[in-house]
Design a protein around this ligand. Structure first.
Ligand SMILES: *[C@@H]1O[C@H](CO)[C@@H](O)[C@H](O)[C@H]1NC(C)=O
Ligand SMILES: *[C@@H]1O[C@H](CO)[C@@H](O)[C@H](O)[C@H]1NC(C)=O
Ligand SMILES: *[C@@H]1O[C@H](CO)[C@@H](O)[C@H](O)[C@H]1NC(C)=O
Ligand SMILES: CC(=O)N[C@H]1CO[C@H](CO)[C@@H](O)[C@@H]1O
Ligand SMILES: [Ca+2]
Ligand SMILES: [Ca+2]
Length: 562
């Protein structure tokens, strides 16, 4: 076996998950996020649905996906695309019936795919029976939500309890005459926060988990977890210096995010999962690294790693990417959990739009070949781009609240348009020419069917690189990262086999020497074969290099060697 030398300053070696005998399915899975409204419409009403998902499981299997999570499919007035749930135990009729859901679970399991649901514990819809009863102070629902009588000013006026701002902008408090009180909503007004100080709520939400686990789902992706609990003193949060009290950034979130009680609740959910076998829980957390990693300790199988969304962009240097990778991996040495890499979701601009095509491909290679879990948002495997949406077509509350002038910056709709399957009507997403959000006009050329035919398409890259995930080196090998000059990031995965990747983020050709990473270096012995290369070096695929001391990497190009 080849050994690796450690050049302390330029090279970090992570030894993770070495041949774990009882490796669990979630530790090295390729996880696919399905946004159900936009994946596949089976009945021609212009909105995606569960039968649509079921009809396309083959696409997941061919793409080497092992598990998929569905954004919310529960009954909802759809004020926030299903994240405003009016019944935690049902299926919204837009998506189908409970029978359709059960059939999807069965079809997924028959295909050896794991199915994961979105769990949205922070809030319900204001149309939920619990909230309607809470409004009327009907027990036991009176304190199911966070109610506050408000602050009484010296002149007798009652006003909002404090300066807390909603994630979507404006006050997080809304007055209800019926209750003569304010309720808290960290998101839209129609999304009242549940009160986790109330043991009945804690119990009720655990029962929600059991309900779906009994339906054989394999786990949960937990939404907006860091907003779960609030400090019950309801004090003003310190100001940040941003002068607009309607901006989420107006206050420093010391009382409304990352509260210790939140972690304790998560621990309770883990106990529920452990009543079953082989179930996984992953958290959506946009917090600093310390607060994020803490979820590993408190029972989550993993919190999503958004480093490639939040900390790098189209201007980042190779060193920035290395820092994002190394900082997460260093934490993996101390927690018992798999690393994971998320490059996109329905809240952020599309990967290609954020990074540009060539860098997006590099990021896709990173997510697929770094250790642990790879997460793909539907459409990213074909390099879908943001779609311009008119004010009239805007659906996202974050866009609507921002108004006609500001919606383009605030709306998340551009990343949520229908999946582009082929070049037929509505991109093969629906037989209906009118879809819930318009289809991107580029579907005529940018679609899955077309990309399957082309060797250097986004999907060909995705599929070829995904196939490598079956190799021991990628499944459970160590990771080495290194900078080769200012612009080239190198990483390698080693087990009995090896995979090497060079990414040139710069705009000129670079020549690199990979010999330090392979010892003892024996020139007549070592061969690197180009397994895949992005567009500027595509012609090199299959080329065998014997002299690895001077490999040429074209500008803006990713090359994978085995
Ligand atoms: C009471 O004081 C608040 C804050 O100074 C002011 O906005 C409000 O108009 C006052 N109300 C009355 C009835 O004077
Ligand atoms: C992370 O956030 C927590 C709480 O929000 C804060 O106490 C801590 O100082 C932060 N750590 C870093 C490194 O910023
Ligand atoms: C180098 O490779 C050659 C040819 O495979 C082999 O004969 C030789 O023993 C190797 N030398 C070392 C030091 O591994
Ligand atoms: C990525 C993600 O799922 N974000 C969701 C977080 O929670 C809010 C409120 O439920 C949603 O609006 C986001 O879409
Ligand atoms: Ca439909
Ligand atoms: Ca909350």
């Amino acid at each position: 076996m080849r050994r690796i030398i450690t050049l302390c300053t330029i090279l970090l070696l992570f030894s993770i998950g070495h041949s774990k005998p009882n490796a669990k399915w979630w530790q090295s899975m390729s996880l696919y996020q399905i946004y159900p409204k936009s994946f596949k419409d089976s009945n021609g009403d212009g909105t995606g649905d569960l039968n649509g998902v079921k009809s396309q499981l083959n696409h997941l299997i061919r793409s080497h996906i092992k598990a998929f999570w569905l954004s919310p499919i529960y009954p909802s007035p759809m004020v926030d695309s299903g994240y405003d749930i009016s019944d935690f135990l049902g299926i919204d009729e837009t998506f189908g019936t409970m029978e359709d859901f059960e059939a999807l679970v069965k079809a997924a399991h028959d295909a050896s795919l794991k199915i994961i649901l979105d769990f949205v514990p922070n809030h319900s819809s204001d149309q939920h029976e619990w909230f309607q009863k809470s409004l009327k102070s009907i027990e036991p629902y009176t304190d199911y939500y966070v109610w506050h009588k408000g602050k009484v000013l010296p002149n007798g006026t009652v006003t909002k309890p404090n300066n807390w701002v909603s994630v979507f902008g404006k006050s997080a408090w809304t007055w209800r005459e019926e209750r003569q009180a304010y309720y808290l909503h960290q998101f839209a007004e129609a999304q009242p926060d549940l009160n986790y100080e109330n043991e009945n709520v804690v119990r009720a939400m655990k029962d929600v988990l059991r309900f779906w686990l009994d339906k054989k789902v394999d786990g949960f992706r937990v939404d907006a977890i860091q907003h779960l609990c609030e400090d019950v003193r309801f004090l003003d949060e310190p100001l940040t210096g941003n002068s607009n009290p309607d901006d989420y950034g107006y206050t420093d979130k010391i009382y409304t995010k990352d509260q210790l009680h939140t972690y304790e609740i998560v621990q309770g959910w883990r106990q529920v999962l452990d009543e079953y076998q082989d179930k996984a829980m992953m958290m959506e957390v946009y917090a600093n690294l310390t607060m994020t990693i803490k979820y590993y300790v408190y029972g989550a199988h993993f919190p999503f790693n958004f480093g490639l969304i939040s900390d790098t962009n189209r201007d980042s240097k190779a060193a920035d990417f290395k820092r994002v990778i190394d900082s997460w991996m260093l934490n993996m040495l101390v927690v018992d959990g798999p690393a994971n890499w998320v490059a996109g979701n329905h809240d952020r601009s599309r990967l290609v739009t954020r990074y540009g095509l060539e860098r997006a491909q590099a990021v896709t290679v990173l997510t697929l070949l770094l250790p642990g879990v790879a997460v793909t948002y539907n459409g990213e495997e074909i390099g879908m781009e943001d779609t311009w949406i008119s004010w009239e077509d805007t659906k996202d509350p974050q866009g609507c609240i921002a108004g006609k002038e500001g919606y383009e910056k605030a709306s998340r709709d551009p990343a949520r348009t229908p999946f582009q399957w082929d070049n037929t009507i509505s991109a093969g997403f629906s037989t209906n020419p009118n879809t819930w959000l318009p289809v991107n006009k580029n579907y005529v050329t940018l679609n899955l069917a077309a990309q399957k035919e082309v060797r250097n398409s986004y999907y060909s890259l995705y599929k070829a690189v995904s196939a490598l995930r079956a190799l021991p080196a990628v499944r459970e090998g160590t990771l080495t990262t290194s900078l080769l000059g200012d612009d080239v990031l190198f990483f390698a995965r080693f087990h009995e086999d090896s995979v090497y990747v060079t990414i040139n983020f710069g705009n000129k050709e670079e020549t690199v020497d990979l010999s330090p990473f392979i010892q003892p270096y024996n020139q007549s012995d070592i061969r690197l074969t180009v397994y895949y290369a992005t567009i500027n070096a595509h012609h090199l695929i299959g080329t065998v290099f014997k002299d690895i001391r001077a490999l040429k990497i074209p500008a803006s190009t990713t090359v994978i060697y085995i």
